[in-house]
Design a protein around this ligand. Sequence first.
Ligand SMILES: *Cc1c(COP(=O)(O)O)cnc(C)c1O
Length: 366
Amino acid sequence: MNENASSILTISLDAIAANYRLLAARAQPAVTAAAIKADAYGLGVAEVSRTLWAEGCRDFFVATIDEGIELRGLLGQARIAVLNGLIAGEPALFREHDLIPVLNDLGQIDDWRADCRNNGPAAAVLHLDTGMARLGLPPAELDALADDHSRLNGIDLALIISHLSRAGEPDETMSHRQRDDFAAALARLPWAPASLAASSGIFLGPDYLFDMVRPGVCLHGINPRPGQPNPLRAVVRLQAKILQIRDVDTPQTVGYGATHRFAGPGRVATLAAGYADGYPRSLSGCGTAHMGATAVPVLGRVSMDLIAVDVTRVPEARPGDMVDLIGPHHDIDALAEEAGTVGYEILTSLGRRYKRHYLGGDGEVA
Ligand SMILES: *Cc1c(COP(=O)(O)O)cnc(C)c1O
């Protein structure tokens, strides 16, 4: 598919493998699982999951049951937990595909327990909310469960998790509070392995590691501690082809809305990518692409399929040349900051029109 595409998304499976090894070494003796929801953050769940399996990863977290079923088809032996939880009526589907539900409230605990009573004990993950107000048992439900452990009877409690809300931020007050609340909650429940840290949490110190860590975004090279040096390897390179170059001698406007007036003399190159490919429209007039080490600024509005850049400083640029939108001189974190968003959103927005090129892993998968 997309063999003739003019934009190339290169994904280094070797870098993902190296990042997994770095995180696993840092987290040990805790086990390093992987969060690969949303098609492995947009990079391809088949390629990414096989790469992680080859590195020894055995525990995976996905968001939806459909993602779980897809992953089960790829990795027959993995332990796969579904974060969005057990929705009434689904226990049979979890069992059929050997998926582990994350139990997010007392009702889901009761449903899984009933299913275990009828069909035999099966593994579940218990999720406690310590400060996200998103998924997981709220404090009052934790109290009820702590007062009556019998509600878990028959359930094979494989793991107890919680999720940090501000792990990547310099102010660690909230993270400390959540960690202490999580530890206190564990002491009130039947013993089970515990997991608190996702990517950034791994870097908060040993008392955040518990028995398992669940990195996602860091596997793909995003900096776990914005503002500090990034210990991880870049995974993604995104290149767009120059379709046309216009010599501008007299002042002229560029793109929709005529928002940019190019004074000239100079050269404007039109690239084969746009917001439909996940290049944020918010980079209109402020994004930075690169040719080699030379920055080529985005001119005017990002269109659906096209971007205009100023290549005046690259006189050798020709139609057919490739321009880095994400690359060695401008990583995803830099692009995300320019666009006023986070690396997660850039990754998961990467479009479907690129020619995808996977480097490494089990040989080169094109
Ligand atoms: C997405 C998610 C993760 C992984 O988070 P990253 O910040 O990408 O490492 C871990 N745990 C839960 C509950 C999640 O929703």
